[in-house]
Design a protein around this ligand. Structure first.
Ligand SMILES: C[S@@+](CC[C@H](N)C(=O)[O-])C[C@H]1O[C@@H](n2cnc3c(N)ncnc32)[C@H](O)[C@@H]1O
Length: 339
């Protein structure tokens, strides 16, 4: 006989629902982590001492204020005049995978890489406003250390999202890598900027199951906040023949990814910071949505190309990660005008 589902005490019936209270328990644990004596390998390496020179932006534009600094982010972040005023930090650091970035040795001893990671994370935490969020794009081999470091600094994890892509290199030695983690932390869950509205997407209930109950809702008819695994058209790795692709750079995140993060976690006029500019995806999207922004790039060549993208080229696929183009059609169905 089939087991009866126990629904009492759950947010909603169903095997994968979080028990009521689990979220607050998880968030409460953040306070305990901050008090605990958590040690990580990078702690045995001496912290970086930022240079004393006050940096000036190498590139600057207005309306909205957009600044790009050339240098080591560990030297720049703590000198920024915007301490405690940043609503969103998005960081996509070098992964220590020996990518030949111009001017950067992407292959440190493990303990030095962890120290490097803790140093820039700490500087980013110092920038956050009370309503601020910190997002980190990081692969399997360093995700756990980033999570533990942010927890011991007292930040609260809101989501552990996964960016899933299907362009993985075939190999027989283990399962093919097809994801990177998008870690979403905040200073204060109650005061954070959180805008579900602009990132809603058509729900499976409406588009697949044709469930009339979703159309009977008073708000968000047929729509939902996206799941915590992100994939789909426009969400693949940005490759050579992709229209978004910028030459001169090894790694480039999809615009859709930054669009979702920026719309959900900042407002028009908010200040957004990216310590690892790369090809400039964060600032390109931030500027397009009228957010002020700062980024830092250690390579002058990368910075120069990124600036051209940020100020001249702009977004190529604006609006693809949002539900704004989705139209409710007929009684329960949804028609999405996007390809
Ligand atoms: C993974 S890429 C960022 C890609 C970016 N998210 C995009 O979509 O184009 C990392 C970038 O950080 C830069 N970088 C590495 N170490 C740095 C440091 N200490 N300070 C500033 N930039 C650094 C590298 O030159 C590289 O361009």
């Amino acid at each position: 006989m089939a087991e009866r589902k126990r629904t009492k005490g759950f947010d909603r019936p169903g095997g994968y629902a979080l028990p009521t209270g689990a979220t607050s328990v998880m968030r409460g644990a953040a306070t305990d982590c901050a008090k605990a004596d958590i040690r990580l390998m990078g702690d045995r390496v001496v912290a970086h001492q930022p240079t004393s020179t006050k940096p000036q932006p190498a590139f600057h534009a207005s309306k909205p204020d957009t600044r790009l600094y050339v240098g080591d982010c560990r030297d720049v972040l703590s000198h920024l005049p915007d301490q405690g005023k940043v609503d969103l930090v998005f960081a996509d650091p070098p992964f220590n995978w020996e990518v030949p970035y111009e001017g950067w040795k992407d292959g440190m001893p493990r303990d030095a890489y962890e120290r490097f990671t803790f140093d820039w994370l700490d500087s980013c935490i110092g920038l956050l406003s009370k309503r601020g969020s910190l997002w980190v794009n990081i692969p399997d081999d360093t995700a756990a250390e980033v999570v533990m470091h942010l927890k011991r600094r007292g930040l609260v994890m809101m989501n552990w999202c996964v960016w899933h892509f299907r362009f993985g290199q075939n190999r027989r030695s283990s399962f093919i890598m097809s994801k990177v983690h998008a870690l979403y932390f905040v200073r204060d869950p109650a005061h954070r900027i959180w805008n579900p509205e602009p990132v809603l997407e058509p729900s499976d209930r409406a588009t697949i199951y044709r469930d009339p109950r979703t159309m009977a809702k008073l708000t968000d008819k047929g729509m939902r906040v996206p799941l915590d695994v992100w994939y789909g058209p426009y969400w693949g790795r940005v490759q050579g023949n992709n229209t978004e692709r910028r030459p001169h750079h090894h790694n480039q995140l999809p615009e859709a990814y930054l669009e979702r993060v920026i719309l959900a976690c900042s407002n028009k006029g908010s200040l957004v910071v990216d310590p690892f500019c790369g090809s400039g995806t964060t600032q390109t999207v931030a500027r397009s949505y009228l957010r002020r922004s700062i980024s830092i790039e250690q390579s002058r060549t990368h910075a120069k190309h990124a600036w051209d993208r940020i100020t001249n080229i702009g977004m190529v696929h604006k609006g693809v990660s949002t539900g704004s183009q989705a139209k409710v059609s007929g009684k329960i169905g949804l028609r999405n005008s996007k390809p």
